[in-house]
Design a protein around this ligand. Structure first.
Ligand SMILES: Cc1cc2nc3c(=O)[nH]c(=O)nc-3n(C[C@H](O)[C@H](O)[C@H](O)COP(=O)(O)OP(=O)(O)OC[C@H]3O[C@@H](n4cnc5c(N)ncnc54)[C@H](O)[C@@H]3O)c2cc1C
Ligand code: FES
Length: 269
């Protein structure tokens, strides 16, 4: 297993970035230095009964000043009791953090042209991946951001400021093209040809559609699942994901994933 840290860390900043969306900065340099794109942390609010269990969140950004890494950020959406309670914390409060966990995205040598496909809050892990690709590889990235409405489209400017081309769809047409992000991805493959890799994170129906498109065009595709998790490190068996090549056999999303080759798993929709 990779190096793992657990401690109560200070919240450096906690910013509302949209309706129901927050960005939280955590003072945890040891973890931030080694976390790879696609890895996640399990967080718990200290001394609170609700939620009792930890919740998983992707590493979203590394906090750096000069050469010094001093922490990292999470980007999250309020969906239930845990994220609601988290949204009530403020700078200076403590958060119990365990990580980095899981197997992240792989970025093979030689990839030059990639598509990043984010459905809603799935952008959290893909932004960190885009940063990594921009820093460590000469890769041309195009990011596709999809959401129900304009409020679900996050990080547009941040991607643009690192030189990434951004394509947007919303289901209600309030930002970008009206429709589903998967239609736009399919169109891009038809017109621009095959990229070396597609990376995707978002709701399962979107991931299934992206995996199918990748198979049709014979493009390698890695998807990051947001399966519900209890422990995050292989102990509870609560995150089973069926293997595609032997039905009835399972991966653990938390230790084998959360990132998988799209052909390796059965995506439940
Ligand atoms: C590896 C991984 C990385 C993740 N990264 C992020 C991230 O960066 N930002 C972020 O906002 N969220 C992320 N999630 C999802 C996040 O963990 C859940 O939204 C969170 O646990 C919900 O907790 P809650 O107590 O607020 O909701 P609960 O009270 O537990 O649930 C409220 C509602 O949300 C639904 N729900 C709960 N968990 C999920 C889920 N995983 N996917 C879809 N619906 C769910 C429940 O079915 C229920 O309807 C990630 C999940 C995984 C597994
Ligand atoms: S979340 Fe417990 S085994 Fe994966």
């Amino acid at each position: 297993m990779n190096e793992l840290f657990q401690k109560k860390v200070q919240i450096l900043h906690h910013i509302k970035v949209g309706s129901g969306y927050f960005r939280i900065g955590l003072a945890f340099p040891e973890l931030a230095r080694i976390a790879r794109p696609g890895q996640f942390v399990m967080v718990r609010l200290p001394e609170r009964r609700i939620p009792l269990l930890r919740r998983p969140f992707s590493v979203h950004n590394r906090l750096v000043e000069g050469e010094e890494v001093y922490g990292f950020e999470l980007l999250y959406k309020v969906v239930g009791k845990g994220t609601q309670a988290l949204s009530g914390l403020k700078a200076g409060d403590l958060l119990d953090v365990l990580g980095p966990l899981g197997n992240g995205f792989s970025c093979p040598e030689g990839i030059r042209d990639v598509l990043l496909v984010a459905g809603g809050i799935g952008v959290a892990s893909l932004y960190y991946l885009a940063l990594f690709l921009a820093e460590h590889r000469a890769v041309r990235s195009t990011v596709f951001l999809g959401g129900r409405t304009a409020a679900d489209i996050l990080c547009q400017r941040a991607f643009e400021s690192m030189g990434t081309k951004v394509c947007i769809t919303t289901e209600d047409g309030t930002l970008g093209e009206k429709g589903l992000i998967t239609s736009m991805v399919q169109e891009a493959l038809k017109v621009d040809g095959n990229p070396d890799m597609i990376y995707a994170c978002g709701p399962n129906p979107m991931l299934k559609a992206v995996g199918d498109i990748a198979a049709t065009y014979d493009v390698r595709c890695q998807i990051s699942l947001e399966t519900a998790m209890v422990c995050g490190f292989g102990a509870c068996l609560g995150c089973a994901v069926e293997k595609a090549d032997s039905r009835g056999a399972y991966f653990h999303a938390c230790t084998d994933g959360p990132v998988f080759d799209s052909r390796a798993i059965v995506i439940q929709t």
